[in-house]
Design a binder for this molecule. Structure first.
Ligand SMILES: [Ca+2]
Ligand SMILES: [Ca+2]
Length: 159
């Protein structure tokens, strides 16, 4: 009987505190992140892929968020480049977070970047640049990071 009560109390605490993120996503504060490395693709396709997962390419608003992503990438020994949700494809040199349609307040470009070398209009985190930011050609097929709101951050719409 006692073990039944213990099992029940564990079960009900799971019910009352749902995981903040779906399986495979990483939680930090109000956001969940997915590091997609199995289907490298162009920036637009990466954004569409994130949209299918009810998310968007990550938008890095603070140094804390930026550092969290960098530490996660390094701790998990991930290498290569990862798209983030910023582009200057509309007006050269005017970077915007595409989903939010906002001008970045915080940026963390690698020294000398963005250089628009070979018409580079999409931003990435690149292990070659210690995961600081680099503009790259949008058609490059690389990894990417999706972000969505955690369940703890969602409003309780129903009841
Ligand atoms: Ca550019
Ligand atoms: Ca560049």
């Amino acid at each position: 009987m006692r073990s039944v009560i213990i099992v029940f109390s564990i079960f009900s605490s799971v019910i009352s505190q749902p995981a903040p993120c779906p399986h495979g996503w990483v939680n930090r504060g109000p956001s969940c992140y997915a590091f997609i490395t199995d289907v490298p693709d162009g920036w637009t396709e990466a954004e569409s892929f994130c949209n299918l997962l009810h998310s968007q390419l990550v938008e890095i608003e603070t140094v804390v968020e930026d550092e969290f992503l960098r530490v996660h990438l390094m701790d998990n020994k991930l290498t290569g480049a990862f798209w983030i949700g910023m582009t200057d494809i509309l007006v050269e040199g005017e970077w915007v977070w595409m989903s939010a349609q906002t001008t970045p307040h915080y940026t963390n470009w690698w020294p000398g970047q963005p250089d628009n070398y070979h018409a580079e209009d999409c931003a990435s985190l690149d292990s070659g640049y210690s995961f600081k930011w680099n503009d790259a050609p949008c058609l490059s097929k690389i990894n990417f990071i999706c972000e969505k709101e955690s369940s703890h951050g969602e409003e309780n719409v129903i009841g």
